[in-house]
Design a protein around this ligand. Structure first.
Ligand SMILES: [Zn+2]
Length: 289
């Protein structure tokens, strides 16, 4: 079933983090939800502006909402890295319980002003808002920040931003990197654990780690112990999808049944999603409904 993000935190066990998996299509969504079912752990399924442009926001939202009917543990629908408030308002109309406004490219005051406005709009409809303070390296759909502009989140800024905006969850820049480049050895993510702890000491809302594909399990455990509650995974699912699709298409060049070609692809996504859920401490607990 589709659940509100707040249900994840009603009886939150801080030794785990919930995965927020990005999806672009049906098969990725099916793989994520099958993993969630297998491990009886709720998941956040995130869609981006890029996916909305590709498939139509109504289409991708309908796919996730419909597939969520098969979910036993619960699926949260989240809009990731929203730049345009109108897109986020549309997402709220479509049943998203969590939307991220990412105006982290703007100066602090403008980011806080825009985020505050989004919080007022969303809270009037009972929807949670994720804000972002600090900037990350790498590329995620239309989010592009050069290494030179990278700026880690200052704990005092996170505190001021939280009080200025009233956000429900907060994405912080603590050294991880968006996109594929790190997986190819281009940029080594260094996760600043003391910084996570310092932000968590000041800001008592769920903290979100973006760009976490490729971060080693020990670092993930330290990040969760330091106060991270949600971990975004996109690149590793894309890699599982693409590699499985190439392999599947090559098995029999005469195969023309898309279901036969795509079934191993959803399975590959499921396996990576299960590994991530376990790595983040899931599979042992479930959120109280
Ligand atoms: Zn992100």
């Amino acid at each position: 079933m589709l659940i509100h993000i707040r249900e994840l935190f009603n009886h939150y066990d801080s030794s785990i983090a919930y995965p927020a998996f990005n999806t672009q299509n049906l098969e990725t969504t099916l793989g994520i939800i099958q993993a969630s079912n297998e491990l009886d752990t709720p998941v956040i399924v995130a869609t981006s502006e890029g996916t909305a442009a590709y498939a139509g926001l109504e289409t991708i939202a309908a796919i996730v909402k419909t597939a969520a009917c098969r979910s036993k543990a619960g699926v949260v629908l989240h809009f990731d890295h929203g730049k345009d408030i109108r897109h986020l308002e549309r997402a709220i109309e479509l049943g998203y319980s969590s939307v991220m406004i990412d105006h982290s490219h703007l100066p602090f005051e403008e980011n806080a002003r825009d985020t505050r406005r989004m919080v007022e709009l969303a809270h009037a409809k009972g929807v949670w808002v994720q804000g972002e303070i600090g900037r990350m390296r790498g590329t995620e759909d239309w989010v592009s920040v050069s290494e030179a502009q990278a700026l880690l989140t200052e704990p005092d800024d996170a505190f001021r931003f939280y009080w200025a905006t009233g956000v429900d969850t907060l994405a912080c820049s603590v050294g991880t990197v968006h996109g594929i480049i790190k997986m190819r050895g281009g940029v080594k993510p260094h996760v600043d654990i003391p910084r996570i702890r310092a932000i968590h000491d000041r800001v008592k809302i769920p903290l979100v780690l973006h760009g976490a594909s490729g971060v080693d399990p020990d670092t993930i455990h330290l990040a969760i112990a330091g106060g991270i509650s949600i971990i975004n995974i996109d690149t590793e699912l894309r890699m599982a999808f693409s590699n499985a699709l190439r392999a599947s298409a090559e098995i029999d060049p005469r195969e023309i049944d898309p279901r036969r070609i795509m079934k191993p692809v959803a399975q590959a996504v499921k396996e990576v999603a299960m590994a991530k859920i376990r790595q983040f401490g899931g599979g042992r607990h479930r959120a109280a409904a």
